[in-house]
Each structure stands twice: as C-alpha cells, then as structure tokens.
Design a protein around this ligand. Structure first.
Ligand code: ZN
Length: 272
C-alpha cells in the first residue's frame, strides 16, 4: 500500500488572488521536515498549480494558523513525534509563545480511520471537525468581503486590517520595499483602534505577502522545493529564504511589531 501524507493548502485571499495554491511559511517548514524524514508529501488540491507561500513582514509569526496533515498508511504517532520533537526545540528559544495554542493548531488526520487528533493528543468529534472546516471557510469569506470593498478615499486605496484579521480599520497608501513598510498617508476609521494607537497599545504594522519566487541560501534552489528550513543552521551557515518576487496581500496594524517605526506617520495623519 502506498504511504503518503497530504497537506491542505489554504488561500484566505481566494476571492482577490484566485487560482493560487498557498501554504503559510510555518506549514512549508513542516512539509520540509516531513519530506526530510523520507515521507512522500502531497500538497492538496492535487493539480499543476505551483505552490507559493504566505509570509508576514513586520511581525514574528509562529504557527498561528491551523496545519492539517492527512496520513495514508502512516502511523499517526510517527508524525506526531517528529513534529513535536521539532517544535519542542524551537519553543525552548521562544519563551513568549504559548505551547498550548500551537499544539491545538497542528491537526493530524488518520485517513483510514478518519480520526482527527491534535499535537496535544486531543481527538476531535465529528461536530468539532465540521467546526474546523467552517472556521476556515469563514476566514476566506470575510477576507473576500473586505477585499471587495473600495476605499472611500481615492488617494488611500489599501485597506488596513488589525492583527491580520479580516476587518478593515482604516485606509492607506503604503510603500513596501526591502527596508520594510512605509505608510505614506492613512485614515483610521475605527475610533477604538485609533485610541489604541494614541495610547501606544498598537505599536506598529505588518504585511502579508505571497512569495512567488524565493531562493534558498544553502542550496541555491527554489525554497519551496528544497528541504532546508529558514532560520536553521547547516554546517554553521544560516539558512535564509531570499524572496525575489512577492505580491503584497494585506497590511495590518499590530500590537507587537518587529519594527515600530511605521506607526509614526499614522498618528500624524490619523483620524482628523
Ligand atoms: Zn535549500
């Protein structure tokens, strides 16, 4: 019997960026981990569309989105152990991340028995399985609605979200380059959010992009296809995924940015 692992792709921005097969960067990390361990990994749906990955610039992300792996003729324990050993090592260096949340987000499905379990050892009931599916569809639908909206300000075409959730809190014109994100001009339409900016609760911005072409610094090949993981060391060399071509998808205000500089202009131009 053929043994393989299927991983769900997920495009929250389907309506605006259709016909893309997307995984987030953390999902790609686990795909690489599984492939390196000798598993045959297929990214669903099965079609010829090349896999691209979503990345965030401006915020440290670590398994905030659910990861689904469907196992065919592979014992669940093997995959659970592989992933939890890897995450245990990573989490030692990230004391600020809550283990429970991440372990809830990693869901392993035994195809033959149709059992859903997460890294924490919890098995999902049928109802909970449906809820998981609905949650994904809702994110897609909400982003679709948001990205459909036209800015009421002709010079501020780009929506501003909050914490990468599908709710528009303002409009902006932004510049994204290698140095980061700069807000040229903006209007915050959500009074609560504006207050949070003024009181310093929201400290910066972050962008989601689709990496369309990126190269691995270790082997020089397409980062999607090789098994090196960005942030890991190989023979004392850091692996970096050099993104050569990307499309910006959305911009968000965030509480904990890597670089708080870009908020200055929002406060200056804000809710007059
Ligand atoms: Zn590589």
């Amino acid at each position: 019997m053929r043994r393989y692992i299927e991983i769900d792709s997920f495009n929250p921005y389907e309506k605006y960026f259709p016909n893309r097969k997307l995984v987030d960067k953390d999902t790609l990390t686990l795909i690489k981990l599984l492939r390196e361990d000798g598993h045959d990994v297929i990214i669903k749906p099965r079609n010829d569309i090349p896999v691209q990955y979503l990345f965030k610039k401006g915020i440290l992300e670590f398994f905030t989105n659910p990861f689904y792996a469907y196992l065919s003729s592979i014992p669940t324990g093997i995959v659970l152990n592989l992933i939890s050993d890897y995450l245990k090592k990573k989490l030692e260096r990230k004391p600020e991340v809550t283990k429970k949340e991440i372990y809830n987000n990693i869901i392993i499905i035994d195809n033959s028995k149709n059992i859903f379990s997460n890294l924490d050892g919890k098995n999902f009931t049928k109802g909970e399985q449906i809820d998981l599916k609905k949650k994904k569809e809702k994110i897609q639908a909400n982003f679709g609605q948001c990205l459909d909206l036209r800015s009421p300000y002709p010079n501020l075409p780009t929506p501003i979200f909050y914490e990468h959730k599908p709710r528009i809190v303002g409009w902006s014109s932004i510049i994204v380059d290698d140095m980061g994100i700069k807000i040229k001009d903006s209007q915050i339409i959500d009074k609560n959010i504006f207050r949070k900016i003024e009181t310093g609760k929201i400290k910066g911005g972050s962008m989601t992009g689709i990496a369309e072409k990126s190269v691995c610094s270790i082997c020089g090949s397409d980062y999607v296809n090789c098994n090196h993981i960005a942030g890991e060391k190989y023979n004392n060399n850091d692996c970096i995924n050099h993104i050569e071509k990307a499309t910006g998808v959305e911009f968000s205000l965030v509480k904990n940015p890597i670089n708080p500089e870009c908020l200055v202009s929002i406060v200056k131009n804000g809710n007059k």
